[in-house]
Design a protein around this ligand. Structure first.
Ligand SMILES: [Zn+2]
Ligand SMILES: [Zn+2]
Length: 274
């Protein structure tokens, strides 16, 4: 099983980091977790076109985790040689987001269908709402859903992907909570979006200060990793940012609380397990 961090940025625009998105490939099945800024470019860099994706999973409906879902859906549709659905899994209200996105794409769908007679179908994007405890089988790969805590954003979920005895958790934005601990228990890899409290507190912008209460700090991510007994902690979604040359600082903070392997991901960092 391969885990590729497609985008390791946060909502703050960063020339080096695309938005939140993670590719998990297991048993030849490509699963996409979140669809942030630039996801289709980073998928291409990873050698995957959207038409190869089996399913999309959204951790929550914040725009930095889904703003390029429309690009994934359109490219999947236009490049699929035959009628193929792209299921989108996500928490309650994912149906609203997908319906609104399809409404936005309506003129494009009409233009392309009128111009390409062999493109005889509309994008098919069935929505699967998930919640704590949901389990799915996607092409032989098991996906388990756990409730996370990103309040006041509700509901939010994380995903555990299992195949051939290996396990990977894509947690999304969350503070430590029992649902996250259950999801991570004994996992080989735990991917966590993180914030540096010391750096955020030094920036006197009220909207940035507001983010302190609903993200795991690096210390908290490492403590979750230790409590759950995970093998490798992968840090991503760096708030307020991790410029080139600074990854060592982030890793050192995590290593003070967790004895396993710590990866400070860049875009296209890949971790292989199993
Ligand atoms: Zn969020
Ligand atoms: Zn986010």
């Amino acid at each position: 099983m391969d885990v590729t961090l497609l985008g390791t940025g946060s909502p703050i625009p960063d020339p080096h980091r695309a938005g939140a998105a993670t590719l998990v490939r297991a048993a030849g099945v490509d699963l996409l977790f979140d669809c942030g800024r630039g996801v289709v470019m980073r998928l291409a860099a990873a050698g995957v076109f959207p038409a190869q994706l089996r399913a999309v999973f959204l951790t929550h409906l914040h725009s930095d985790h889904l703003c390029d879902l429309n690009d994934v859906v359109t490219t999947h549709w236009v490049m699929s040689p035959a009628r193929t659905a792209l299921p989108v899994h996500g928490p309650a209200r994912t149906d609203e987001v997908v319906a609104g996105m399809l409404a936005m794409l309506r003129p494009d769908v009409e233009y392309r269908r009128a111009h390409h007679p062999d493109l005889a179908w509309d994008p098919e994007v069935p929505v699967v709402h998930v919640e704590d405890g949901s389990t799915l089988d996607v092409g032989g790969v098991r996906v388990t859903v756990g409730a996370t805590d990103h309040r006041p954003v509700e509901p939010t979920v994380g995903y555990r992907v299992e195949h051939g005895g290996a396990s990977v958790v894509v947690a999304g934005d969350t503070v430590p909570c029992p649902g996250l601990d259950r999801l991570c228990a004994g996992a080989d890899v735990y991917v966590q979006t993180v914030l540096r409290e010391d750096l955020v507190r030094a920036i006197p912008a009220p909207r940035l200060q507001d983010t302190l209460d609903y993200h795991s700090t690096v210390e908290q991510a490492a403590q979750t990793a230790r409590r759950a007994g995970v093998g490798t902690l992968v840090l991503t979604h760096f708030v307020p940012g991790c410029p080139p040359g600074r990854a060592g600082e982030w890793a050192a903070i995590a290593r003070a609380h967790f004895e396993g392997e710590v990866v400070v991901a860049d875009d296209l960092t890949t971790v292989t397990v199993g």
